[in-house]
Design a protein. Structure first.
Length: 372
């Protein structure tokens, strides 16, 4: 929450005009969806499954270092594809229009310890509705970090770089934890709530299933390569977790991305919601391969504006969206992955420390004078 609102120069009518322009972009893509898009996601799913199968086959001989390296690299990429370009986007309903029961948000389950139904609630319904609203968006700081200078500092925040690193390494478990909203459900009276207990049991079942598949069945199938296959699977999960954590951090945490107070969304219009998505997100620039491996979340701004559009269309949409940023004199926060990662981690460290000077809240009329 900056003292000077970067959108203060926009009138209410301009904001709604912006919203109508974005609606028009969305409507055009929806009208143009077709067989080429359907073929894209089917080909991606087919390639991912083949890559995983081949990689696990190579890991049967992981006792030999070349096989371990090739199998681990392939399995890492396959797991990233499953989570990012496939699972995340299918669960957003991006491909529901195909009416294929095998590729549908209501039937898809992914290679992840968080059950898809719980993830859809915390991510689709909460994160995308309340993007970067402190106290409403659990994805903002993952519920364990201070994310703005105006938040009260506590000595525990000194450890947030460490908490963030641990969360990156075991990110799928961190997601499962805040899907369960453990922070508010840990007290005894909450833990006994039947709804919470049912959701916790669902998470437990999914964790057991994932652990059995990755750390028992596949290593056992490797026979004498049991331990090396076990290590390879752990490494692939670690790579996938750190990669997905980095991509998501780059989407909402670099310098220049705005955060919002709860009161700021009271009575929010469609245009204002669009504007908050624009100011609360950041992109990652790069090659087509980079965009693919991020699940096209490198187009985080476009994804937050249009979360249900097919991910393969975000690159073309980005051209029109960026033109709107320029037209309305707004900052389009983007940069290469190393720059965005550095910016996000710099912010993590900076906010782990107490403010050098106490934040002074100016009266509204004085803030307006500063803005003008």
């Amino acid at each position: 929450m900056t003292a000077i609102d970067p959108t203060a120069h926009l009138t209410a009518e301009q904001i709604e005009e912006l919203g109508r322009a974005l609606d028009a972009i969305r409507d055009k893509v929806i009208a143009g969806r077709g067989e080429e898009d359907a073929a894209y996601i089917r080909n991606v799913i087919s390639a991912q499954r083949k890559l995983e199968l081949v990689s696990r086959g190579v890991l049967l001989f992981s006792i030999f270092p070349p096989a371990w390296l090739i199998g681990t690299a392939g399995l890492s990429v396959a797991k990233i594809m499953d989570n990012m370009e496939i699972g995340h986007n299918i669960l957003h309903g991006q491909w529901d229009w195909m009416r294929d029961p095998k590729i549908h948000s209501t039937t898809w389950e992914w290679d992840h310890v968080s059950p898809s139904e719980q993830w859809k609630h915390s991510h689709n319904e909460l994160h995308h509705t309340y993007t970067n609203v402190i106290g409403k968006d659990n994805d903002l700081g993952y519920g364990i970090m201070r994310v703005d200078e105006d938040q009260k500092w506590h000595p525990l925040h000194l450890g947030q770089p460490l908490w963030n690193f641990i969360n990156a390494c075991f990110f799928e478990y961190g997601i499962a934890a805040y899907d369960l909203e453990l922070g508010k459900n840990l007290p005894k009276d909450r833990r006994t709530n039947p709804e919470f207990r049912a959701r916790a049991k669902a998470v437990g079942r999914k964790i057991r299933k994932q652990v059995l598949k990755d750390y028992v069945i596949h290593p056992l199938l490797s026979g004498p390569s049991f331990l090396t296959t076990l290590a390879a699977t752990f490494t692939a999960n670690l790579v996938r977790n750190i990669w997905s954590h980095s991509v998501i951090m780059c989407g909402h945490f670099p310098e220049g991305v705005q955060v919002f107070e709860r009161r700021s969304i009271d009575g929010e219009t469609r245009g204002q919601w669009y504007l908050r998505q624009m100011m609360g997100s950041a992109n990652i620039s790069g090659s087509k391969a980079m965009h693919f491996m991020t699940g096209n979340l490198s187009h985080q701004i476009e994804h937050h504006l249009f979360p249900d559009l097919p991910s393969n269309r975000y690159a073309e949409v980005a051209v029109e969206v960026r033109a709107l940023f320029e037209k309305y004199e707004l900052e389009y926060v983007t940069g290469p992955l190393p720059k965005q990662v550095f910016s996000a981690w710099q912010k993590v460290f900076r906010l782990s420390l107490p403010n050098k000077k106490p934040t002074v809240k100016m009266p509204d009329h004085e803030q307006e004078l500063v803005a003008t």
